[in-house]
Design a protein around this ligand. Structure first.
Ligand SMILES: Cc1cc2nc3c(=O)[nH]c(=O)nc-3n(C[C@H](O)[C@H](O)[C@H](O)COP(=O)(O)OP(=O)(O)OC[C@H]3O[C@@H](n4cnc5c(N)ncnc54)[C@H](O)[C@@H]3O)c2cc1C
Length: 400
């Protein structure tokens, strides 16, 4: 299998690189490079720039606003995006609910939602997990009872990231208690302004508000907001979860973080030499770099296979997700080592930034490293924990 880029692909890469250079707002790039949290406004601004170019949803079919790229072009686009320190378009819109609507939505639903997803006029969050239903998602209990042309929903969702920013939620609810648990689930789109919805913040270890608990108390949702058939939501969710794992390897993110670790280590003196010259440090970083290269090659092989028409999602995406998340976590650890004592203060990110800006706790660059390390622990949990991915690989790849 030839995994080198063709001359056309190299020309495409140059075009994408030039676009990022000319169009990514400097302020957004700087925040990303410094490891600061990107604001909602910045994500909206950037996604609208991408959408104006027709690049907000690289994998969507052309008829729904995608650019008509193949898998290799998509891969190049993502790599260039990380290289340029651009934020991702909102994955809940583009990678999750969008493809489900395209595959299973009515024409009316597609016409209404898809352009708004692309332009981030609607910010979606994901209401799947519940207390007691994470890895065992099919055990979810939030239920919806038919009342005329509405469902009435009661229950609780857990870890609804971005629900405090969201206009809409795509949500799994139980519509049949008597069937096998996978058979009694439906997939609804819920307007977050509907009376009876309460969003309660969860503050994660990094001191930030990323995620929430969401409660439903007699929430009325039009039946017209159901995607596909009643009680077949599990099939649509499985389709979505497969999509979600594709692209989780993100060797581009690891490469950008490695470059950052090298540049910062050159500024930190250990005795009379920069940390970047320290043999033990160099060996550690070299090992991560080699593994990142191996991840990148494997990723390219999977992408090349997809381009040739292989089944999507490929179970090897589970391997990519595991390795990619572990490598990013390893680099966050290395970055902590670079910051040393400067990474110690256990304050919220906002407090650290304030103190750092006032010159009170070491250099500006050290401030976000510990919070990013802490939130980075979630990478091996989200989109199906790595233990669950091991089970997928054991069954689907190794046939155990
Ligand atoms: C920061 C963050 C953001 C999130 N955002 C969202 C969101 O926006 N929307 C949403 O719906 N969900 C979200 N999640 C939920 C996430 O998908 C779940 O946390 C994840 O699926 C694990 O479920 P759980 O937390 O219930 O853990 P559990 O399923 O209770 O698992 C606990 C531990 O047991 C292990 N385990 C469980 N079953 C098995 C098994 N069969 N074999 C081996 N090990 C097993 C797991 O790997 C884990 O280590 C988010 C989670 C986090 C941490």
């Amino acid at each position: 299998m030839d995994i080198r880029y063709t001359p056309e692909e190299i020309a495409f890469r140059d075009e994408v690189r030039a676009f990022f250079k000319e169009n990514l707002p400097e302020e957004i790039k700087r925040n990303q490079m410094k490891g600061h949290r990107v604001s909602k406004e910045d994500i909206v601004t950037w996604q609208r720039i991408l959408n104006a170019k027709g690049w907000a949803a690289p994998l969507w079919p052309r008829e729904y606003g995608g650019p008509g790229w193949d898998a290799v072009q998509y891969y190049i686009f993502k790599e260039e995006s990380y290289r340029a320190w651009a934020p991702d378009a909102l994955s809940f819109n583009i990678g999750s609910v969008g493809p489900v609507l395209i595959a299973f939505g009515t024409d009316e639903q597609k016409k209404y939602f898809l352009p708004r997803l692309l332009n981030l006029d609607f910010w979606f969050c994901q209401g799947f997990s519940e207390p007691g239903a994470g890895s065992d998602l099919a055990g979810l209990r939030t239920h919806a009872v038919r009342d005329g042309d509405h469902y009435v929903i009661n229950g609780q969702k857990m870890w609804t990231s971005g629900a405090h920013w969201a206009d809409w939620m795509f949500c799994l609810v139980r519509t049949d208690n008597t069937a096998r648990k996978q058979k009694g689930i439906s997939y609804l789109l819920i307007d977050m302004k509907t009376p009876g919805i309460t969003v309660r913040p969860i503050i994660t270890l990094d001191g930030n508000h990323h995620t929430n608990e969401t409660f439903f108390d007699n929430v009325r949702v039009p039946v017209a907001n159901r995607i596909g058939e009643e009680n077949r939501g599990w099939e649509y969710a499985k389709f979505l979860l497969g999509n979600e794992r594709v692209g989780h390897a993100r060797p581009g993110v690891s490469k950008a973080l490695i470059a950052q670790a090298k540049a910062l280590a050159a500024q930190v003196m250990v005795g009379d030499e920069p940390l970047s010259e320290n043999r033990r440090f160099r060996e550690k970083l070299a090992l991560i770099e080699v593994e990142t290269k191996a991840l990148e090659m494997t990723n390219m092989m999977v992408v090349a296979q997809i381009k040739k028409g292989g089944n999507r999602p490929d179970p090897r995406t589970s391997v990519l997700k595991m390795k990619g998340s572990e490598l990013q976590q390893s680099i966050h650890e290395v970055l902590l080592e670079v910051a040393g004592l400067q990474a110690l203060p256990r304050l919220s990110k906002a407090q650290i930034m304030e103190l750092a800006t006032a010159g009170m706790v070491g250099p500006d660059w050290a401030a976000p490293l510990a919070p990013n390390y802490f939130i980075g622990r979630a990478k091996s949990i989200v989109a199906g924990s790595n233990e669950i991915q091991h089970n997928v690989v054991a069954k689907a790849v190794l046939g155990l």
